[in-house]
Design a binder for this molecule. Structure first.
Ligand code: ADP
Ligand code: MG
Length: 140
């Protein structure tokens, strides 16, 4: 297994409920290191560019509106197999299907307001990290 980096976002439903620390503890307990982090308020347009891959999906407008509705915390997580490991810690997209102990099982409110985003592959991780962070801001 290689040391990887992945892009994580703590979504508005979680920041508004003051869950940043509890979610970060889940990452750290899973062996993921937070090597960059910042709190931001995205515009709907910025959210739309980030989620452009979902442009044709019926939930796209709702998703972009939600992501711009309150602050997010964007992060780079680093560790062995970090992309898949983070997806495991996050749990399934729909919290009703998320395994016990995962972030979405414990904290998500619905399939849309599901507390966290995580990159799904090496190429998307690279692009999503570059969307939010310069190399200077990532301190491993
Ligand atoms: P994941 O975040 O698990 O990678 P997707 O990439 O499929 O899931 O979807 C991106 C995001 O879009 C989800 O995390 C969720 O916020 C939202 N979403 C996905 N499916 C739905 C849906 N059926 N209804 C509303 N929002 C959805
Ligand atoms: Mg996805």
């Amino acid at each position: 297994m290689a040391v990887e980096r992945t892009l994580s976002i703590i979504k508005p439903d979680a920041t508004t409920r003051n869950l940043t620390g509890k979610i970060n503890a889940k990452f750290e307990e899973a062996g993921l290191r937070i090597v960059a982090q910042k709190r931001m308020k995205l515009t709907k347009e910025q959210a739309g560019v980030f989620y452009a891959v979902h442009k044709e999906r019926p939930f796209y407008d709702e998703l972009c509106g939600f992501m711009a509705s309150a602050p997010v915390v964007v992060q780079v997580l680093e560790g062995e197999d970090a992309i898949a490991r983070n997806r495991d810690v996050m749990g399934a997209t729909n919290p009703a299907e998320a395994a016990e102990g995962t972030i979405r099982a414990e904290f998500a409110q619905s399939v849309g307001e599901n507390s966290v985003h995580g990159s799904d592959a090496p190429e998307t991780a690279k692009n999503e990290i570059a969307f939010f962070f310069s190399e200077l801001e990532i301190v491993g």
